[in-house]
Design a protein around this ligand. Structure first.
Ligand code: AMP
Ligand code: ZN
Length: 492
């Protein structure tokens, strides 16, 4: 099965194949570590996670490189204001980023590349551009890329740049939407700013050159796929193409994938709008990491997604449904035999799931048949028409689903615990939902003890006491479930 993925460069859905026939070489623009990431940022990383997991599920080896931008205008400014070296300033945000990735079960790329560890590679690329006549140095010691030297500029974002003025420059890392100007490759330091002494002078790299240099370092001059959020298409990716292709005279990335925005009330979730939530904000409100993951991936990457709390609640319930079903499947005793309708439903669900992902990673259409199968199997179980062979047919479907969605296993306690420890350290306990605080104030052992106490009360036929303990636990956000195999508990 070959993934067919929309390619921004050609404007078509095309097969995504490793050009070398071995591993799919892909590059994803990573975070700028000047602050905690918001869930809009993570939506992009989650959707890229879906891509890589689906490729792996269907037998493709992936070589995925992601950068960390650990030097830029904001980092230098913020570190300066805090009076610490940039490495000290970014350290906590780099750590937080990896913690958040883990909480959201986003697989780590095969290679993480930090900008500050690849300065010589960037300098070499700028020298190459200078030799091609495409880079020039200004009086202050900065270097710029001459857009006029790359006539194909605009081919990714399909912008008409005919009115472009030769020599008009921009030196900030991000610039307004429609202006195309010579952009900074290398920035001379202002007094007191972090800088590197190099063959092209003292200074630091621009944002765009980082990605070109590091992508080519690990993936070669020409590779299979480049990904990022939709805001990176112009100018960042356009600039990466211009620099790289001018230097190598080869196609940089063959396929480009852009993840559409996470919105709040119809506007892009962003730091500057102030309309954002971090993962930690939501964990402290009592939402589970798995529900946040499911909410952010259930709308396909090619569509924008409006963030709502209702959406999170819906995902929470959906995960409950799946996990309860999985438990029922694993612990139930089913008679020998099979139900041909369930056999058929499992086969169809599997096919539809794979077909939907294969079709430009349509996660919404991929999850629907899985929930449909769960419903059919639950009904069959209720009617005692579910058999051992049906379990064997349904389990692999769930396994494939979870190889991509990864929400079935309950690993939610740890991220929440970590977020609480973080809130305590940061003096943000006031942001913690009261129920969550109560549930966490009881240790697992304390809950076990209460559960045992309740069981003893029930055995002694003291149902009043047993109910009182159940209610007490419920108020502390701990839910008890009586089943044939004993009592199970979980934090809400
Ligand atoms: P940054 O750390 O700002 O460079 O962003 C990291 C990644 O998140 C980039 O690929 C951005 O395009 C992406 N991104 C930023 N805001 C959003 C959003 N609201 N929705 C989806 N992706 C976003
Ligand atoms: Zn980039």
């Amino acid at each position: 099965m070959t993934l067919r993925l929309f390619n921004t460069l050609t404007g078509q859905i095309e097969p995504l194949l490793p050009a070398d026939g071995k591993a799919l070489r892909m590059y994803a623009c990573g975070p700028t570590v000047y602050d905690y990431g918001h869930i809009g940022n993570f939506r992009t990383f989650l959707q890229i996670d879906i891509l890589r997991r689906f490729l792996k599920l269907t037998g493709t080896t992936v070589r995925h490189v992601m950068n960390i931008t650990d030097v830029d205008d904001k980092i230098i400014r913020n570190a300066g204001e805090s009076g610490v070296p940039i490495g000290d300033y970014t350290k906590r945000y780099v750590e937080a980023f990896f913690e958040d990735l883990e909480a959201l079960r986003i697989e780590r790329p095969e290679q993480i590349a930090r900008a500050t560890e690849h300065i010589p590679r960037m300098v070499a690329l700028i020298e190459k551009l200078a030799a091609e006549g495409a880079a020039y140095k200004t009086d202050d010691g900065s270097w710029y890329f001459r857009l006029k030297s790359f006539p194909e500029y605009g081919k990714l974002s399909k912008k008409d740049l005919s009115g472009m003025e030769d020599g008009a420059r921009v030196d900030v890392d991000e610039y307004e939407k429609d202006s195309a100007r010579d952009f900074a490759l290398w920035k001379a330091p202002k007094p007191g700013e972090t800088s590197w002494e190099t063959a092209i002078g003292s200074g630091r790299p621009g944002w765009h050159i980082e990605c070109s240099a590091m992508a080519m370092e690990y993936l070669g001059e020409s590779f299979d796929l480049h990904c990022g959020g939709e805001d990176l298409m112009f100018p960042h990716h356009e600039n990466e193409i211009a620099q790289s292709e001018t230097a190598t005279h080869q196609q940089f990335a063959r396929h480009w994938m852009h993840v559409r925005f996470l919105l709040v009330d119809g506007r892009k979730m962003s730091k500057s709008e102030g309309n954002f939530y971090t993962l930690r904000d939501l964990l402290l409100k009592g939402f589970k990491a798995s529900a946040i993951r499911l909410a952010l991936i259930s709308v396909p990457y090619g569509n924008q997604l409006n963030f709502t709390f209702d959406g999170l609640i819906e995902s929470t319930k959906a995960i409950e449904r799946l996990r309860t079903f999985r438990d029922r499947l694993m612990t139930g005793k089913f008679p020998v035999g099979e139900n041909s309708q369930i056999q058929e439903a499992a086969k169809n669900a599997q096919e539809e799931f794979l077909r939907a992902l294969d079709n430009d990673l349509n996660t919404a259409e991929a999850r629907a048949p899985i929930f449909e199968l769960v419903r059919a199997a639950n009904t069959a179980m209720d009617q005692n028409e579910f058999f051992a062979a049906d379990r064997d047919a349904v389990l692999p479907v769930l396994k494939d689903f979870d190889a991509v969605f990864d929400v079935l296993e309950d690993r939610d306690a740890e991220p929440t615990r970590r977020a609480l420890a973080w809130a305590e350290k940061e003096g943000r306990l006031a942001d913690v939902a009261p129920e969550l605080r109560a549930a966490q104030s009881l240790s697992d052992e304390q809950i076990e003890a209460k559960v045992a106490e309740r069981l003893a009360a029930k055995k002694a036929r003291d149902f009043r006491l047993a109910d009182a303990i159940r209610n007490e636990l419920a108020e502390m956000g701990v839910i008890l479930e009586d089943s044939k195999d004993g009592v199970k508990w979980k934090r809400k």
